[in-house]
Write a protein that binds this ligand. Sequence first.
Ligand SMILES: [Zn+2]
Length: 279
Amino acid sequence: MEALAGALRRRERNGVVWYDFPALTAAGAVIASVASRHGGVSEGSFASLNLSYAVGDEAGRVRENRHRLAEAVGFAEDGIVCAAQVHGHRVVYVDRQSAGAGYVGHETAIRDADGLITDQPGLTLWLGFADCVPVLAYDPRRRAVGIAHAGWRGTLAGIARELVVSLQTRLGCRVADLLVGVGPSIGPCCYAVGPDVIGAFQATWRDVDGLFAPGPGDTLHLDLWEANRRLLIGAGVPAENVLIARQCTACHVNEFFSHRAQHGRAGRIAAVIGMPEGG
Ligand SMILES: [Zn+2]
C-alpha cells in the first residue's frame, strides 16, 4: 500500500487509526479527522470500525466503535451531531439543542441533511462515508466549522458551494478565512461512471473539461476531488486554502471502507469536525 501522506497525518491510539488535516488543526483548537476502518469490534465486511447503524451491522457493535473513535480522537460523545444523509445538498445549522442527534441510533439524526455547520464549541459534527467525499471547513477567525457529504449527486448539486455559502450567510464567515480539507474518497483512478452521470454533469455544469478522464475500455472516470475543488474555489475559497487528501478509498480498501471495492457490502467511516469546549 502506498503511503498516505500529504494533506493528512495518520494517527493511532488504542488500535484506533484516524487521519487529521494538520493545516486545519494547526490553525487553532479544532478537531478535523477522518476515521480509518481499524480499531473496532465489527466483523466481516464491517471489520472492524464500522461507524454506521444504517448498513446492517449490530447496533451494539456500532455504539462501541463510535465510543472508541471519540475516545481515541478526543471529543465528547454528548456533543456529537449526526445527519441522516440523503445525497442531497441541504446544509443545516446546529446548536447545543441538537447535541447527541443520531449518536446512539440513526432515528434521531438530523433529517435530510448532507451538510452541517456550527459556531458552538463542544459540538462535533459527524457524517458517514464509503467512497463519497468528505469536505471539512474551518474558519479560525470567526470560529466556525462545517462538514459536507459529497457523492456524485451532492457534487452535481454543488453541496461544497452550499457549505461555503451557509458559513457566510448564516455565520458571517469570510471566504478568504476558510480552510477546507477534502478527505479520503473514491479517486479518478477507480470511479468509472455511466452516461447518466456524465450527461447530468454536462447538463448542469457549464464546463466539464478535466472532470472526466478515460478509463479502461470505453469507460470514463469522474474526478470528484477536482469537481469539489472547483466548487470551493468558485465560491471564493482561496486555492491555497483547499487541502485535498488525494487518497482513494477503493485503492486503499484495507484502510477505509469502499462501497465500490466491497461491492456494496461496506461499513462506513466517519469524518468529524468540531471545536472542543475550552479549546
Ligand atoms: Zn483508486
